[in-house]
Design a binder for this molecule. Sequence first.
Ligand code: AMP
Ligand code: GLY
Length: 440
Amino acid sequence: MPKVIIIGHGAREHTIAEALVKGGAELYAFMSFRNAGLDELSEGRVKIEKEDNFKELINFIKQNGIDFAVVGPEAPLVVGIADALEKAQIPCIGPKIEAAQLEGSKIFTRQLLDKNNIKSNIIYEIFVSMDGVEAFIKELGVENVVVKPDGLTGGKGVKVYGDHLFSKQEIIDYCQKLVKNGMYFIIEEKLEGEEFTLQALVDGNRVVGNLLVQDFKRAYNDDKGPNTGGMGSYSIEDHSLPFIDVFDINEAISEMNKVVSAVKKETGTEYKGFLYGQFMKVKKGIKLVEFNVRLGDPEAMNVLPILKDNFVDLCYKILDGNLPVKLNFEKKATVCKYLAPEGYPVNPLRDQRIIIHKEKIEEIGAKFYYASVYKKDNSVYTTTSRAIGMLGISDTLEEAEKIAEKGVSFIEGKLFHRSDVGTKKILQKRIDHMKFIQNQ
Ligand code: AMP
Ligand code: GLY
């Protein structure tokens, strides 16, 4: 029985851990606070420690004779967890620091795409002072501006005209703030279209993945309110989306393959782990919004629970560099709805007790995953981030959505969720939006 350690403390890691245990692993967990799901699956073989404490991690791995590690979140990857583990001769699912720049630095990624003629790149310029900022805003047009600080900002740094910035002055003010903080930043063209997520496994050379997911970033129904880490996500039984065609999917995979080759060429590092491509379908094809060097949260919940292949075997294949050409998923639709503390993301109510009616959730065939909640004296409490991911899986999207929604009703606490995730109405809105874009 392979001994596998999962690093991280959220619902994404709970989902990965479930797939590892299903694949025959003896699970260990290394996390900054006690996720009840990980605690259960690893039967208490856990270490509560900051996820970037590599020394403690390596000690724990060596003490327990663990075979390999799977890294959930991006933060330890961009500071070199895979490199530290490699030095200690511990195989790791997750890219090394040079390759993790694909998420860690938006400048690295845009330049890499440029240099290698990867055509899903978009118009951008890099700044570290106000020199040239006004001229570039003028060139793009005020309404077509997106400002992105370089480096990890926990989803809070990107500001899009019309969403967060509403005038030339507001754009300038934001850029000035970044300059004052000594930050490099990018100004890039604003894309208009529909976003989709493509999550893949990468074995150093080959990029494998074929299931599309759409995330709901805004806090409230009908895409209102502030941006969040994602309030829910859905996938359809044919693993595509109605506004994306096969050509787009093949194009996205081909672009991801080119990027992995370019990373190897430019940095000498083979990319091994998960690669999350966030693309936008626009009038002229697909464009890259960003890469993440991990699975998505919530999007991991749309993928791993319906994976037919043995996930532990796939991990070994990533490490050995011999992934199969395709992954096999059940022909099922999935809908994930996140329950978040009231006030999230601006002013979340923390330390509130949550009551989970597990039997009722099981009875209706829903599944749930613990996110940023902690366990104390056999009760579960909120922190400042998303709390519980509720998942419906079924033959149709309509049915999967109903299951997820019903599941949500079996959780009590000062929480809220988006009731429109995965509904017919919102799907139609996306389809109509795409039609409008294409007919413009
Ligand atoms: P990121 O942190 O790069 O994923 O950006 C967060 C969100 O901002 C994305 O999911 C998009 O919804 C939006 N966004 C980022 N870049 C652009 C862009 N160039 N055009 C339009 N929207 C964007
Ligand atoms: N749901 C967005 C992300 O995982 O980055």
